[in-house]
Design a protein around this ligand. Structure first.
Ligand SMILES: Cc1cc2nc3c(=O)[nH]c(=O)nc-3n(C[C@H](O)[C@H](O)[C@H](O)COP(=O)(O)OP(=O)(O)OC[C@H]3O[C@@H](n4cnc5c(N)ncnc54)[C@H](O)[C@@H]3O)c2cc1C
Length: 474
């Protein structure tokens, strides 16, 4: 050792698993959002260890030499969490960790952190299991990234639970290179201290997750419902009523406002949407039960002004509506006339059920952010789990500074909503961008406590440094 960083890394993880190629360094240094990686923050090397031992070697080296190291699953997070915040860093990709061990007799799979979610979903379905998460970026994202964020994406948490409910334990490499295991191999979770929770949802602050023991559950029968409403608040009222009536939580409850629905409808030749669109999927072990719940959903939709609400039995209709929703991010960023549109700002907020309607009105007309008011807004999201999204798009020709202003105001508005209604965010994972909000919501004592925990586990602050500090977002 003692050569250049890249030559040292090549010796540690194998020369084919470390690169200082400028294209790789830039592409791994970005996330899925704005291409705004500052030149001095481009990582000096990218490492892709093929084993836990390799991850450990890379971390030992970074720790000894106090080199910042950023963990990268697939880099699909879109508010900067996997992006280097400090110069001279190493980018550690988990994409080489793709082992899959099936332990069906003990109801779990042991998965390498780099296993792709889509591949995993297909594998589990072929074995009769349901992957209890649907993340919009599943074609690229990794299980390690999802577990690190603790997100189930489009699914309703109160139906099947959050990722933490499925993680029986993890293998983690600590910042000093030590390899530890947490949790259990039993379906009974440990009582008392279960330090799996330190790592699930920690977004790589305390260690690199290298393996996940993931509990599997049998697939369920499903029924599909669509509704169209004259007012966006009607959709909120429908879900408020559904839960008030103590009906079983659906697996999905989605909304697309009319403007957002127009583009995918056009693309599929479906004509004009009849109104703001709500989609739901009910589930049960028995088809009759899922169907019965779907009928209840239709009844509730109709009682809250739906222009049309029905159970969707045709495969073609299911594909049309659900693809419209699932691909919304890509479709809305496509084009308007000759202008290509891109996402400039995004908001994600999980609001209290009783205020779903108030927040929708606030997003549309209530706030006073100038750049957001001038940009085109689409509202969509997981209304059945009270998780609302706003996306502001801008023509690609808009100057970068103006686009960044929209991005900044969207983050501020998200913080305002969360503060006003006492909530937090429920997915996506954005430690750095959310820090100003975090400090206001939970106070400086809470932030200091987290900084102290980080310092105890990572005294040289090498893992994802700058995220907990909110660097770039203050
Ligand atoms: C089109 C699109 C749709 C999306 N839809 C959703 C959605 O529905 N719901 C949602 O929640 N998010 C969504 N996202 C955001 C993002 O894709 C997800 O949150 C995803 O889970 C991130 O996974 P990843 O493997 O890309 O992780 P990355 O983006 O690479 O990393 C995310 C964070 O976790 C850390 N990390 C990654 N792997 C590990 C590991 N093994 N150990 C420790 N830390 C690690 C990283 O350092 C980073 O802080 C979407 C993004 C896009 C582009």
């Amino acid at each position: 050792m003692g050569g250049s960083i890249i030559s040292d890394l090549k010796k540690l993880v194998g020369k084919e698993n470390a690169s200082d190629n400028i294209y790789e360094r830039i592409s791994y240094g970005q996330d899925a959002a704005q291409p705004d990686l500052e030149p001095e923050k481009i990582p000096v090397a990218v490492v892709k260890p093929q084993s836990t031992r390799g991850v450990s070697e890379a971390l030992k080296y970074a720790n000894k030499n106090k080199i910042p190291i950023y963990i990268h699953g697939a880099g699909t997070a879109f508010k900067g969490s996997p992006k280097p915040k400090r110069p001279g860093s190493i980018l550690l990709s988990t994409q080489g960790l793709t082992s899959i061990e099936e332990h069906e007799e003990d109801m779990y799979y042991e998965l390498g952190a780099g296993v792709n979610l889509y591949k995993l979903e297909k594998l589990l379905l072929s074995r009769g299991y349901l992957l209890p998460m649907t993340i919009g970026s599943k074609f690229s994202s990794t299980i390690g990234g999802a577990v690190s964020i603790n997100t189930v994406g489009h699914m309703v948490d109160i139906c099947l639970g959050k990722i933490i409910d499925y993680v029986m334990g993890v293998e983690v490499v600590l910042p000093n290179g030590d390899i530890i295991e947490t949790g259990t191999r039993s379906i009974r979770r440990p009582a008392g201290l279960d330090y799996t929770r330190f790592f699930v949802g920690a977004e790589g602050l305390f260690g690199v997750i290298t393996k996940v023991r993931f509990r599997v559950i049998a697939d369920r029968k499903k029924a599909y419902v669509v509704g169209f409403f004259p007012e966006l608040t009607d959709v909120a009222h429908a879900f408020q009523r559904y839960y008030r009536e103590k009906l079983p939580p659906p697996l999905y409850g989605e909304v697309l406002d009319k403007v957002a629905a127009e583009a995918p409808f056009r693309l599929r030749g479906l004509g004009e949407p009849k109104g703001h669109m709500a989609l739901a999927i009910t589930i049960s072990y028995a088809q009759e039960e899922a169907d019965r719940e779907a009928q209840e959903m239709v009844r509730v939709f109709k009682s809250e002004n739906a222009i049309d609400a029905h159970v969707v039995t045709s495969k073609r209709e299911q594909t049309d509506y659900w693809d419209a929703r699932d691909n919304i991010l890509n479709i809305l960023q496509a084009s308007e006339g000759d202008e290509k549109l891109v996402m400039a700002g995004a908001l994600e907020s999980s609001v209290p059920l009783s205020h779903l309607d108030d927040v929708l009105v606030y997003l549309q007309t209530g706030h006073t952010y100038r750049a957001l008011k001038e940009a085109k807004l689409f509202i969509y999201g997981h209304i059945g789990t009270c998780d609302l999204h706003g996306m502001w798009v801008a023509p690609v020709s808009m100057p970068q500074a103006e686009r960044m202003q929209i991005a900044k105001e969207a983050v501020q508005l998200e913080g305002d909503v969360n503060l006003m209604w006492g909530c937090a965010s429920g997915e996506v994972g954005q430690t750095a961008s959310r820090m100003p909000f975090f400090k206001k919501r939970y106070g400086m004592a809470a932030h200091t406590m987290l900084m102290n925990v980080k310092k105890a586990i990572d005294p040289n602050n090498i893992l994802n440094p700058g995220n907990l500090e909110g660097e770039g977002y203050e």
